[in-house]
Every structure is written in structure tokens, then in C-alpha cells.
Design a protein around this ligand. Structure first.
Ligand code: GLY
Length: 325
């Protein structure tokens, strides 16, 4: 029997100690701790890694602090287009949805694709219709609105390029309303990885993408091997960052491949991808990764990454900044 472990992330970016007020910082720590504790409860009750990561990401989607579900960023058309993915390391089963606009919890739709269809990825209205047929709750697009994200979009709409969004705070919330968004320093996604007591790994990732993204743009989050990957033989990984770079480098799969083919440890493989491979193509962000022994690696090449983990019955550990930030 393995000691169950779960880790989560809520996005990476220019998150420094001066960028968050003490109150904002406390809000993030509390949300991260509560969500990781909910994942631990699933695992400690004998639940599977798949169930734990699904539940953790569902809660992250419901939390307005993070760029997924309620709190997602706006597209260039002033809408929300959401992507999500889940993967089971025991049998490589996976499911994903992209460009969905009316599903309260895209991660539950991804799970339905995995378990109720013979496919891996469904997109747009057809994905929504499929998910609704399988009991996934639909909502009005207004449900995803938050004032912070709307203000971010109002400041950048009309500009030709998309804005990497949601590290949630290179500025404080108050400053966010007044300062221009830095196009290179804000991005977000949520994710979870877990090891259950039976030795199985799983990963899940969900995102609103990037502020002012072109309609129809799909990032790394719902792409197996790019923003999400799980294989009992090696690793479970969820990524956050500049999606196109994670897609071009098959970043999450590459961590597993380095472990399988080159004999690298979890930490070596994760560090190589985050600090060497991704920066070569302008990739910024991080990953949370776990192996079948319960080792964790949470590297990021930005100033901060919202992250947390919990082992067995131990209290959750939460963190935001890099050691040097
Ligand atoms: N990493 C999330 C995205 O680029 O959509």
C-alpha cells in the first residue's frame, strides 16, 4: 500500500512578495489548503487518484481566484472558452474538452469523455451536448464572469495580440484595476496530480486560457502530453504556463520520456523540461509532477506558482513564491 499524495497548482507567473497584499496572500493560501485537503480526504477514504484529481480540479474551477471555470479569462470576443483534460495512469485512459462555453465544470466533461465515449477529445457545442447528456451541469456564460478578469480584458481588447494571463498577481487586485496588464507575465491554469494507496497515478488540468485569445484558440491544457499526462510507469504531470510552448515541446510527456528512456529521476526530468527545454522556445510557467513512489517535483521558471500538496493525514503544505522572490 502506498501513502497517498496529492499536489495542486493554481497558475504561475510574475508573483512576487510585493505583488500581493497580506490579505490576498492569505486568501490564496486558504483556498489552496482547503482544496488540497479535499483531495486528501478522497484519497484517505480509499478513493482513487483519478477521483482525487477530478475533485481537486472541480473545486479549483469553482474558486474565482483561479483562471478556470468561474474566474476564467475573456477571449477577444469578450467570452469564455474553457479547456480541460484528465488522464488515468493505470491504463492511459484520458478525456478532454476544448472551447466549451457553458459547462460549469469542464473537468467533469473531460471525465465523461474518458469514461462514456470511445474518444479522447471533444470540442465546442458538440462536446457540451455530449457532456450535458451525461449529466454535466450547464450554466449561462455569465456564470464565468468575475470583475477582475473583465477589467483585465477591457484594458487589452482591441490590441492585436493575446495577453498571457492570470498569475493572479504581478499586481494586487487594487492595482490590477488601474495598471496595464504585462503581456509577458500573466498566465494561469489549474491542475492536480495524485498517487493513491493502490499505487495508481492520475493528472488533471483545466483553464480559461489566455486573456484576449483569438476565438477558437486551444492551448496545452486539454492536449495529452502537452499540459497533462499520467502513466503509472513514470509520472503524473499537470502544467501551467505559455501553452503554445508546452505544446511545441510536448512538455509533460517529455518528463515521463526522460524518466523512461534516460533513467532520469522525477526531479531531474522535471527540472530539465522547465529550466532548459521550455525556455529555449520562450516557455514560461511550471509543472507539478509525482512519481509512483510518491516523490514530488514542483519546479517553475517564473517568480511564483500557486501550489500545494498533502501526504496521507499530514496537514497541507501551501506555497506561492520562489525562494528568491
Ligand atoms: N496554459 C494554458 C494555456 O495556455 O491555455
Amino acid at each position: 500500500m502506498s501513502t497517498p499524495v496529492i499536489a495542486i497548482h493554481g497558475g504561475a507567473g510574475t508573483i512576487t512578495r510585493v505583488s500581493l497584499t497580506a490579505e490576498e496572500e492569505a486568501r490564496y493560501h486558504l483556498a489552496l489548503a482547503e482544496i488540497v485537503a479535499a483531495g486528501q480526504a478522497v484519497l484517505n477514504a480509499g478513493g482513487s487518484a483519478l477521483e482525487a484529481v477530478t475533485e481537486a480540479v472541480r473545486l479549483l474551477e469553482d474558486c474565482p481566484l483561479f483562471n478556470a471555470g468561474h474566474g476564467a479569462v475573456y477571449t477577444s470576443e469578450g467570452k469564455h472558452e474553457l479547456d480541460a483534460c484528465v488522464m488515468n495512469g493505470a491504463d492511459l485512459a484520458s478525456g478532454a474538452v476544448a472551447c466549451v462555453t457553458q459547462l460549469r465544470n469542464p473537468i467533469l466533461a473531460a471525465r465523461a469523455v474518458m469514461e462514456k465515449s470511445e474518444h479522447v477529445l471533444l470540442v465546442g457545442p458538440a462536446a457540451e451536448a455530449f457532456a450535458a447528456r451525461h449529466g454535466v451541469v450547464t450554466v449561462s456564460p455569465d456564470y464565468f464572469h468575475t470583475e477582475v478578469r473583465h477589467q483585465q480584458w477591457l484594458r487589452v481588447r482591441g490590441q492585436a495580440r493575446a495577453m498571457l494571463d492570470h498569475d493572479a498577481s504581478s499586481f494586487s487586485f487594487a492595482q490590477q484595476a488601474a495598471e496595464p496588464i504585462d503581456p509577458d507575465h500573466k498566465f494561469g491554469t489549474v491542475g492536480a496530480v495524485a498517487l493513491d494507496q493502490f499505487g495508481n497515478l492520475a493528472a488533471a488540468t483545466s483553464t480559461g486560457g489566455i486573456t484576449n485569445k483569438q476565438a477558437g484558440r486551444v492551448g496545452d491544457s486539454p492536449i495529452i502530453g502537452a499540459g497533462c499526462y499520467a502513466n503509472n510507469a513514470t509520472v503524473a504531470v499537470s502544467a501551467t504556463g505559455t501553452g503554445e510552448a508546452f505544446m511545441r515541446t510536448a512538455a509533460c510527456y517529455d518528463i515521463g520520456a526522460r524518466m523512461a528512456y534516460a533513467g532520469q529521476s522525477l526531479q531531474e526530468a522535471s527540472d530539465a523540461v522547465v529550466f532548459e527545454t521550455l525556455p529555449k522556445v520562450g516557455g514560461r510557467g511550471g509543472v507539478i509532477a509525482i512519481d509512483a513512489h510518491g516523490n514530488l517535483a514542483l519546479p517553475f521558471n517564473t517568480e511564483g506558482m500557486y501550489r500545494a500538496y498533502g501526504r496521507g493525514e499530514l496537514a497541507p503544505v501551501t506555497a506561492i513564491y520562489a525562494e528568491s522572490a
